[in-house]
Design a protein. Sequence first.
Length: 149
Amino acid sequence: MGNEAFHSLMPERALPFETGDDGRVTVIRPKALAPRWAWILRFLGKPNYRVRLDERGSFLWGLCDGCHTVAELGCEMAARFGEEGGDHRERSAAFVRELLKGGFLRPAPARREEPPVRPGPAQDLFPGPEPPASERQSPMKASGFTTLP
């Protein structure tokens, strides 16, 4: 994936998480992500990893809702944390890239713009509600054609 394509990606959270009293996020990741290994997790004492994020990671995790692009995440980081930490766009992109590789995040599905509803030919010809079935005529009778005996 090219750099520009990656920066226009909208990541969303793929795993459950908990938010602590201090505002830091703990992501809960199963030890086996593949469904074929899920049966073995029942036998493990602790079937999940608990990954605790720092303040910056928790802030970014909160923004990964499928509505913000990777580039916007960098801008939000710069607005929140100012000059400390250097290039926020590249650091945010690297963090998101690692979370995508680890299965913590996934790309949000592409949102389609719904085209405006335009009246079709049937709506132009027959304004108003459709008549009940008892009042409808067959197309042959409506056109004036008759059938032969």
